[in-house]
Design a protein around this ligand. Structure first.
Ligand SMILES: C[S@@+](CC[C@H](N)C(=O)[O-])C[C@H]1O[C@@H](n2cnc3c(N)ncnc32)[C@H](O)[C@@H]1O
Length: 449
């Protein structure tokens, strides 16, 4: 196999990337998308419950009507609350213990993994997203950031500060180790939070804005007395917004390979989106990667049983014909060397898009990994990075099984829209190259589990 020439063209990239693999070129992708259309149209007709509730659906004006199991309720609601909390606790324990038990694999062992190309290409896709949407000297929130697998990408992006949260305290500890080991190269400070990110507990402990003097003018006694009941009610309504005003605002939120866990219920999906929106500046982006539900459904329908996959990944539904509900459509997922039949939930991109609008998050783009790899690798620098990140095996290609596994993922990008629909609060300063990161200990992790 020859090395790629400097003036890469499409076919050259294809031959290098996909030798011995059935090349899914753009034409094939289009066919595939057409085959998926009946399913996507079916999704369009689905009217999620939140839309039925709101006769006048105002994408940017809705108050959050989501049920919050952490808020104290009375009577019958209290029983519902207890059941819900029990369910959340059990599911969270399953997920966190799965990730808690994963050890940090030394680099030389990692390099021997059967799916090393797949892992590296996953990382390359994340790099593409991060490079495109991260401006130097900005604040970033890596939600469900696990063992800080994206640390090098944040270093390269020259960010100003990083907040990482995850439900797995052990994963965060591994991440902290990695951070301390790279201290000399890290130009930013970091905050770590162990918490269920699909709950309101995240905002309870999220860093606050540095206090600005004279921010809120105090009311005079006279003004207090003349306040009408109506005004008081409005004040009550604004409580949430006031709390959010105090939260530190970040310029980018990144949620990699994790948002699908929140789709177990509408409440947890809403909580995640509310959290993201509450801490994101107007004009900031919310980027991430999730399983591609259209492709998963297509593959399930093609399969003779309730499961499909290959030697590197397996997806198993409870039934052959599950109800493709908007939330809680569960399947067990196995990924060689990574995930051992953990329950995940389909994320229908249309449902995610509708839901996100309630939190002023507008879909900018989404793409399946195959399309993205094909498109991005047309650029020389991106293609060079593929090679630099060791995305190919010794034959300079990747195995059919890994390529198939890559196809089950997609990327998404949302943008937070300001109240008046056009504001953009992102400010970019000069990068402070002299900034020295501080070493952290496990006690520095904020724990709210
Ligand atoms: C596949 S890992 C991805 C980690 C990291 N984002 C990355 O790309 O390397 C999924 C992560 O989601 C985290 N997670 C799952 N449910 C969560 C929840 N409710 N709150 C916070 N983190 C959660 C897991 O602990 C795990 O670290």
């Amino acid at each position: 196999m020859s090395e790629p020439s400097d003036n890469n063209n499409e076919s050259n990239i294809n031959t290098i990337l996909f030798k011995n693999v059935e090349i899914p070129n753009l034409e094939q992708f289009k066919n595939l998308q057409q085959q998926q259309q009946p399913y996507q149209q079916q999704q369009k007709h689905y009217r999620p419950p939140y839309q039925q509730q709101h006769q006048k659906y105002n994408p940017y004006g809705n108050r959050d009507t989501s049920y919050n199991p952490y808020r104290k309720e009375e009577g019958r609601d209290s029983l519902r609350q207890q059941q819900q909390l029990h369910f959340i606790k059990k599911q969270n324990e399953l997920v966190s213990s799965h990730y808690d038990n994963k050890q940090n694999t030394p680099i030389h062992i990692r390099a021997q993994s059967k799916i090393i190309s797949l892992k590296n290409i996953n990382n390359w896709v994340k790099s593409m997203l991060i490079q495109e949407y991260t401006k130097p000297n900005t604040k970033v929130f890596d939600i469900c950031g696990g063992k800080l697998g994206d640390l090098q990408k944040w270093i390269k992006a020259q960010i100003k500060s990083l907040i990482v949260s995850d439900i797995s305290l052990e994963s965060l500890k591994h991440g902290l180790e990695r951070y301390n080991q790279n201290l000399n190269y890290i130009p930013f400070d970091m905050t770590m939070i162990a918490v269920d990110c699909f709950s309101s507990k995240l905002l309870d402990v999220f860093p606050k804005q540095p206090k600005k003097l004279g921010n809120k003018p105090k009311k005079t006694n006279q003004e207090d007395l003349s306040e009408s009941e109506e005004e008081e009610e409005e004040d009550d309504d604004d409580d949430d917004d006031d709390e959010n005003d105090e939260l530190l605002k970040v310029d980018l939120v990144s949620c990699q390979f994790a948002l699908h866990y929140s789709f177990r219920t509408e409440e947890s999906a809403r909580s995640l989106l509310k959290n993201v929106s509450s801490v994101l500046e107007d004009g900031g982006h919310f980027i991430g990667t999730i399983p591609n539900s259209c492709l998963i459904v297509k593959k399930l329908r093609e399969s003779k049983s309730n499961k499909f996959g290959n030697e590197v990944f397996k997806i198993e539904f409870k039934e052959k014909e599950p109800k493709f509900s908007a939330f809680g459509c569960a399947y067990n997922f196995f990924l060689e060397d990574a995930i051992d039949f953990l329950e995940e939930y389909l994320v229908h991109i249309d449902v995610l898009t509708e839901l996100a609008r309630d939190y002023r998050l507008e879909l900018v783009s989404h793409s399946n990994f195959h399309d993205l790899i094909y498109e991005k690798s047309k650029s020389k620098s991106s293609h060079d990075l593929l090679r630099k990140m060791n995305c190919f095996n010794s034959n300079n290609t990747i195995s059919q099984a890994e390529w198939e596994a890559l196809g089950i993922y997609k990327t998404f990008v949302f943008k937070k829209i300001g109240e008046n629909n056009n504001s953009n609060n992102i400010k970019v300063d000069q990068v402070n190259k002299d900034h020295k990161a501080k070493s952290l200990s496990n006690e520095d992790i904020i724990v709210n589990l």
